[in-house]
Ligand binder design. Structure first.
Ligand code: GTB
Length: 219
């Protein structure tokens, strides 16, 4: 059954593929599963119909028959569990790939999000500069550890997996910053993920939404 996901009608990232529907689009493209996208405005995201799908009024959601999911970790895990291509067959390798998904979401992403939140909304606070130093140090520690583990490898544990998909998407949030540039192997890792044909298709699809909404706004 063809799933339907939700995405921003007007993404604040202006088509840079940073909103979280990109993770789900990429996973669906990797496994070759066609999907529909329902675009929602910020207002619609907080209305009962969307809240019934997503208790926190966010995107993305995932609907497939009578199954409705939210949280990208869960959605990508569901897609990876139902289709070959994103999780290894071997049970132990599979468990390790899932571990990397959790590591991306629970260990690497939180300090990155804390820093991003400060940069976006706390710039005018008197303690901003001091706090940012601490936050960037926390990000630096995690990226350093991740860089050491990745070493010269292409992917985190053998072949590309849902763990890499999630980690690349998390690292893209510091893409272009000095924090990531301190680790050439992580920059190359992100570039390797972005070069995958499935990523390219997913990126083009979400960019098309932004391009269409931008051109409608000028009409
Ligand atoms: N833990 C949830 C998941 O992984 O699914 C988090 C979902 C989430 O944060 N969704 C965001 C959302 O709906 C969109 S992606 N926010 C609206 C709200 O909470 O009211 C986060 C995002 C937004 C914008 C940019 N950007 O502009 O660069 C990047 C990422």
């Amino acid at each position: 059954m063809k799933p339907t996901i939700t995405a921003f009608a007007n993404s604040p990232d202006r088509g840079r593929g940073l909103a979280r529907d990109m993770r789900v689009r990429w996973a669906l493209e990797e496994v070759g599963q066609a999907y529909d996208v329902r675009l929602v405005t910020f207002k619609q995201m907080k209305e009962p119909a969307h809240l019934a799908l997503h208790p926190f009024g966010q995107i993305p959601t995932y609907e497939e028959g009578d199954l409705a999911l939210f949280e990208t970790g869960s959605i990508v895990f569901h897609i990876a569990s139902r289709h070959p291509g994103l999780l290894p067959e071997d049970a132990n390798a599979r468990a390790r790939a899932v571990t990397w998904m959790f590591a991306a979401l629970n260990t690497v992403e939180p300090p990155i999000l804390d820093r991003e939140f400060s940069v976006l909304v706390e710039r005018d606070k008197p303690w901003y500069a001091e706090r940012l130093v601490t936050q960037e140090d926390r990000v630096r520690v995690r990226l350093g550890e991740l860089s050491t583990r990745l070493g010269k490898d292409d992917w985190l544990d053998g072949a590309f997996s849902a763990g890499d998909l999630m980690m690349v998407m998390v690292l893209r949030r510091v893409g272009g910053t000095a924090l990531l540039k301190e680790h050439p192997n992580l920059c190359a890792y992100v570039a390797r993920g972005e070069a995958r044909p499935a990523y390219q298709r997913a990126f083009a699809n979400q960019l098309a939404v932004f391009t269409a909404s931008a051109s409608a706004a000028t009409r």
